[in-house]
Design a protein around this ligand. Sequence first.
Ligand SMILES: *[C@@H]1O[C@H](CO)[C@@H](O)[C@H](O)[C@H]1NC(C)=O
Ligand SMILES: *[C@@H]1O[C@H](CO)[C@@H](O)[C@H](O)[C@H]1NC(C)=O
Ligand SMILES: *[C@@H]1O[C@H](CO)[C@@H](O)[C@H](O)[C@H]1NC(C)=O
Ligand SMILES: [Zn+2]
Length: 972
Amino acid sequence: MKMKFVAVAALFVVVVTGKPFDYNADPDDCAGYNACHPVYDDRLNVHLVPHSHDDVGWLSTKDQYYYQSVQYTISTVVKSLLQNPDRRFIQVETAYFYMWWADQSQKTKADVRQLINEGRLEITNGAWSMNDEAAVHYQSTIDQFTLGLRFVEDVLGKCARPRVGWQIDPFGHSREHASLMAQMGMDGLFFARLDYRDRRKRNSDKTADLIWSASENLGNSSSIFTSVLYNHYSAPGGFCFDIRCGDSPIVTDPESTEYNWDTRVKDFANYASSQSNNYPTNNVLITMGDDFQWTSAEQYYTNIDRLIEGFKKFKPTINSKEINIIYSTPSCYAKAVRDAVEAQKIELDVKTDDFFPYADTTNTVWSGYFTSRPTSKRLERLANNLHQVSKQVGAISGRQFDVKNKLSQAMGVMQHHDAITGTEKAAVEKDYHRMLTAGMETATSDISSGLSSLLGLESDLDLKSCLLSNISICAEADADQFHVLVYNPLARPVSHYVQIPVDDFTFQVTGPLGLVIDNQVTDPVRDFSFVSHATRDRVLPKILIFKADNIPAFGYQAYTIDRQSTVSSSSKEKVMAVDEIGFGEDKNVKFDHVGLIRSITINNVTSAKTSGAYIFRPDTLNRDAIPLGEPETTILVNTGNVVREVKQVWNDWVTQIIRIYKDEDYIEFDWAVGPVNITDGFGKEIITRYTTSLKETDGVFYTDSNGREMIYRKKDYRPTYTYTSEEPQAGNYYPVNSKILIRDEQNEFAVLTDRSEGGSSLNSSEVELMLIRALLDDDKRGVGENLNEIEYGAGLVARGSHFVTLGDIAKGNGEVSMAALERDIAQRKLLQPWVFFTETVPPQSEGSLLDHSLPSNVHLLTLEPWSDNAILIRLEHVLEKEEDPNLSKEVTVDVSGLFKTFKIVSMKEYMLAANTPLEESKKFTWSQVGEEDASSPLSKENRLARDEADLNITLAPMQIRTFVATVEFASK
Ligand SMILES: *[C@@H]1O[C@H](CO)[C@@H](O)[C@H](O)[C@H]1NC(C)=O
Ligand SMILES: *[C@@H]1O[C@H](CO)[C@@H](O)[C@H](O)[C@H]1NC(C)=O
Ligand SMILES: *[C@@H]1O[C@H](CO)[C@@H](O)[C@H](O)[C@H]1NC(C)=O
Ligand SMILES: [Zn+2]
């Protein structure tokens, strides 16, 4: 029996290798869905999906995993696929595929292209990593898909374009991620983790296959078939044939004492049968694989081959239905379900909210990771900020796309669901930081050479970034004179309050055109001198603040800073009892006699009450947070004309500066927390809670989804299943990527963040955000370490900012609605003007790479090097439909003549990840969701009707449009 089987397999090899393949053929020549093994209406179709889940770092680093395991997985899978054309495999993480590809011979590369063209090896997801969905920002998600899919397209061609998203391990699922997948043209999205009550309900209702209508603004273009895996992503119990599993192999020789073929087939049929009771069509998907499995692929495949063969021999039935068991892929499953739905007029469940937070059982809510490792989460945002600057300058200066770009790769890895989440081991976190920092250094020098050449300079500006300025380290600023170049990565002018750590002096700041600019010297939020023991760098005692006014769109301003006298004037302003700070009746913060906030006023609205720091003790389940009490001291630190500040000191490890800027629509809460005091032997989570005098908010609040659309939240409530409140705090926490808000009929109170944090509104009219966690017990979810972060030889100190604003919902600041005002702040914080230090000031002290700016509701989301004379451009409408009476309308921008260094000749529209031209997209549409009106810029016909030379681009609210622009550089 065994011999015969091998002979058959060998015969197939001869057949398939005989066919010639043009890997760059038209996608219509790709096997595509034709590669799917046939399914039958009258049978139960069992889709076996071989896969390996390969984290780009978790318990080990990315490189450790690659060299210990993943390289063998891909190599052995490819060899085994070539043995039998029936076999299938999905390749997911492109960061690993990229490493592997570099090591392969021309012969192996040709084999892989053939397997791809024939649909035997399928790229699935295909992003650099399998990104998290709670703590990521959409800009970084889009970038890491673009990078991964670009590499795949370059080396494998069109047939490698992934057709589905495969998000099997992230801990809960965001609506925005589903929307982005749909906008990339994916036909389906698969995942495993959702609330245990939701899973139970979906299994009993047969709604684990559903349509996710993932945007309130984008209609069908954001709808995607979504399938929840039945039992996580492992193989069914007893059927793990991996070299690392001990399950019995399938033995087909009846003479053998180990013979088990018939019983194994029967057991598997029973498993498939129970699963089919919970799904809406006659298709079930069964995953065959797990974390870092398939390193010895032939072992796994041999057993699956025999299992499939056994079904043919023993013909088990389910409810008198035959079973059609096949090698398959998630996309083939999606196609089969879609065909069944259409043929049998099955209505799928339509989902419009998201899958957060995730609870795997009672009392186990995965919402802590929304905050875990807060300094990693901040570093990722800074890296994104610099990454965008680097891509912009690169594109405008004619740099080429380079898959080896260190920062692009590091950002791709950092989006991984054990990286940005903080769920990795401490040593792996250090490795992520190493990659990001190296990437940021390279990006800084790329920007330096790019800007120098754009400005026509003879010598390089030698720009430097002060990456430790948040802890008051910056050697460049520790000098009698230094220069900074402030670069604005937004396509509209912005003003920015620059903060630089400095020594204790007074300063003269000279800006563009030689103008002397008002400045102030102030104290940092806390003393960071403890850091110098570990770094040996000098920690500077003061902060210099000045306003860089009206920095041009995609432009810069240069400043020169000179030391003057040795005693900074404003440090004399300190007084102990503070009643009030601010700039008049319209913008102020008032304090009570114990130093807590009594009220804030901004945008002509006053809210009474306080904010304060609170502590959760995770060991005392379900107890509300304990207030940290009154600050030990509240000090007025600054009453200058640029900024006015009060410092609240609760104790040695919790301090905050409340900062009001002369010309800002927000009040900044600059907080520093840590090392969290755990001398009592208990872990703690520190939150800040803002109490407002808004009218009863009835448990309703709103959080952003990955920085884009807002989602309605209600305490102790889930829109699609019955919620049981075993976890009154953790179960009500949601990811906050940039904003959380509450409102009554009149006013809105919003807190914007500088990184992802967990947030909630546990009591009426309150908003809270978790800042840092120090836990002494492992949560028993695999990482095997507690989350008590150590940095610089001591418990972690985290520092960050909240930007708090308040106002009339519709009237906002009198010019735009609160929503528009908040979107503006969010953008200015995400893509903050970047402060470079430079040895020399360029002759022009101010300049712009754009001819003119874009309107405030249009964001130039991406400008990046693409290929010879081609640049990738994404334009985004940044408001939702109902957010602003004027700015929420459709908007048209004319981008001809927008850039100074090149002329756009034509723009070809692509799906969001820029791998598939819009005209080649065949994404499933769902009649249940409805088509777009043909006159809407959301409709595909409408977008395709545009002539490529027509550079007037219309955007609907929240729409992102992706173009590869053919350009002519003036100098070339
Ligand atoms: C500020 O609010 C008051 C009422 O509270 C109103 O009379 C006044 O017109 C408002 N001013 C502005 C500039 O909106
Ligand atoms: C830490 O807490 C303990 C009480 O649990 C207290 O005695 C000690 O002073 C605190 N240390 C700091 C630095 O706040
Ligand atoms: C684009 O818009 C400009 C006005 O902004 C107009 O002059 C031009 O004709 C438009 N081009 C096309 C091709 O519609
Ligand atoms: Zn994982």
